[in-house]
Design a binder for this molecule. Structure first.
Ligand code: NAD
Length: 488
């Protein structure tokens, strides 16, 4: 598949000098190459979106959502094709890729409620004969800068809400995984949105900087690593834009002695090793409390060592590769760092080779036990299938340990005690909380929250937060003196 930009309703081959090789992480083969678009390409997309905005915002909201109903149907009828592209460029299994798209469909469905959600407010007689109105209007041209790990879902945390609210759009997918949005953009084209309403620009840092600096782009959403999130937040704000930037994570799970250990082990293994640990809501360290230590350690080691690893399109595969060779090297060297810092490795996934896929970036599920508190490995986001184990004596100590971390994307607890659950829910500093849940991914009608270094901004993606983010409020105070009334 040739990767092109889609600007003003046309497929355009950008005139670029640099390309980025897109590699199937399971086979090591080059699938295609991403053109690294320049600021000039972003400018063309922003101009098209800016021109289209004037008429798109005037399309009645109930007509705007008809385009989205159609897009949802088209995407559903191409569910398998989209999922296969995700597996081939991002490495996750076909089932994981299909599940990812379900959340994208759900976000479109929620955004189709925009006629209800963007209603304003009205108060009659704030003073005698004077009324006050609050109207929600679109913001203008909006943009999303996406990461590699959910190529089909993450743009849909934002795009459907923005379009339904009357904004126009520029999407920049991760240069590592351009084929999914390339294909979805063909469906967007088939839907027949007016030209310029949705635009696609492929690229990396230059394209991102073009978005951040462009005067016509009014709002930016970003998902990716924390250092880049901080850069996006600061730079977009310095250019006067609305911005929300979701960053990295190091998600803890506390395992209490009264937890259902079989259930906890299965769910925690799915969370830690699903999508090869490359999920921003993947559990990456488990804190056992009191007597949970031995039972849980034994069970999770067993779950880690029996997981089937391979190419995500092959049947029976539970875990695919990590995204690229650099990521594989990084994950393996972080395991080595853990060992240097005093951790043990009861299950070691380094040096994995999968028969038939010897050039793939595979690292088997790994358990690092007795990870010292305060060590580098206890703090760093690994973004691979590695679960660290730590131990404390009380739930209070566990919560204190969790809250000492830099990130706040998700925290989970496994227990059968309502009071422990209640304490945890109330005291833990994280935006998404799981109680006997391993991946506490909010449904589309709730905000995808995130605290501390996992999020920079105030409004989140999805649901009513997205409605707030993609609309600006106008307040009107009006008087119509009685004397001006015509007599009939
Ligand atoms: P990344 O930060 O490397 O890239 C994200 C996007 O930023 C890409 O589109 C990329 O082209 C662009 N980019 C990269 N470096 C840049 C730079 N120096 N200047 C400007 N733009 C730049 O992230 P990734 O590796 O694609 O994704 C993995 C990260 O995303 C992990 O840290 C993960 O935790 C995080 N993530 C977070 C969430 C969340 O909801 N908080 C969700 C998914 C992924």
């Amino acid at each position: 598949m040739e990767i092109l930009n889609y600007i003003n309703g046309e497929w355009i081959k950008p005139n670029v000098k640099e390309y980025f090789d897109v590699i199937n992480p399971a086979t090591g083969k080059v699938i295609t190459k991403t053109p690294l678009s320049t600021k000039a390409d972003v400018d063309a997309a922003a101009k098209a979106a800016s021109d289209a905005f004037q008429s798109w915002r005037r399309v009645p909201v109930n007509d705007r959502v008809q385009y989205l109903f159609k897009l949802r149907d088209l995407m559903r009828s191409n569910h398998d094709e989209i999922a296969k592209l995700i597996t081939d460029e991002a490495g996750k299994t076909f089932e994981e890729a299909k599940a990812e798209m379900v959340r994208a469909f759900e976000n479109i469905e929620v955004a189709c409620g925009m006629p209800m959600m963007m209603k304003g407010d009205f108060v009659e007689d704030i003073a005698t004969g004077i009324d006050e109105i609050m109207i929600r209007q679109p913001v203008g041209v909006c943009a999303t800068i996406a990461p590699f790990n959910f190529p089909g879902m993450i743009p849909f945390w934002y795009l459907p809400y923005a379009l339904a609210a009357g904004n126009t759009y520029v999407i920049k997918p991760s240069e590592k995984v351009p084929t999914t949005m390339q294909f979805i953009m063909k469906l967007i084209e088939q839907v027949g949105f007016p030209k310029g309403v949705v635009n696609l620009v492929n690229g990396a840092k230059d394209a991102v900087d073009g978005i951040l600096e462009h005067p016509s782009i009014r709002a930016v959403t970003f998902v990716g690593s924390t250092n880049v999130a901080k850069y996006i937040y600061a730079t977009a704000a310095a250019h006067g834009k609305r911005v929300q930037a979701q960053g990295g994570a190091k998600n803890p799970v506390i395992v209490m002695p009264d937890a259902d250990m079989d259930m906890a082990t299965k769910i925690i293994a799915d969370s830690a090793f699903g999508c090869a640990g490359q999920r921003c809501l993947a559990v990456s360290f488990a804190v056992t409390v009191d007597s949970a230590r031995n039972t849980f350690t034994e069970a999770i080691c067993d779950a880690a060592s029996t997981r089937t690893v391979g190419y995500g399109m092959d049947s029976g595969i539970q875990m695919g590769p990590v995204i690229n060779a650099a990521s594989l090297t990084r994950v393996e060297s972080l395991i080595g760092l853990g060992v240097k810092e005093g951790a043990t490795v009861p299950v070691d996934g380094r040096g994995t080779s999968v028969k038939g896929y010897e050039s793939g970036n595979f690292v088997r599920p790994t358990i690092l036990a007795d990870v010292p508190r305060g060590s580098e490995i206890a703090k760093t986001e690994i973004f691979g299938p590695v679960l660290s184990l730590m131990h404390v004596n009380t739930v209070e100590d566990a919560i204190e340990l969790v809250n000492s971390g830099q990130y706040g994307n998700q925290a989970s607890l496994f227990t059968s005690s309502g009071s422990a659950a209640r304490k945890f829910r109330s005291e833990v500093e994280a935006g998404n909380i799981g109680i006997n849940i391993g991946v506490a991914a909010p449904m589309a009608f709730f905000p995808f929250s995130g605290w501390k270094d996992s999020f920079f901004g105030d409004m989140h993606g999805q649901g009513m937060d997205a409605v707030e983010f993609f609309t600006q409020k106008k307040v009107v105070v009006e008087r119509w003196p009685k004397e001006w009334s015509r007599k009939f």
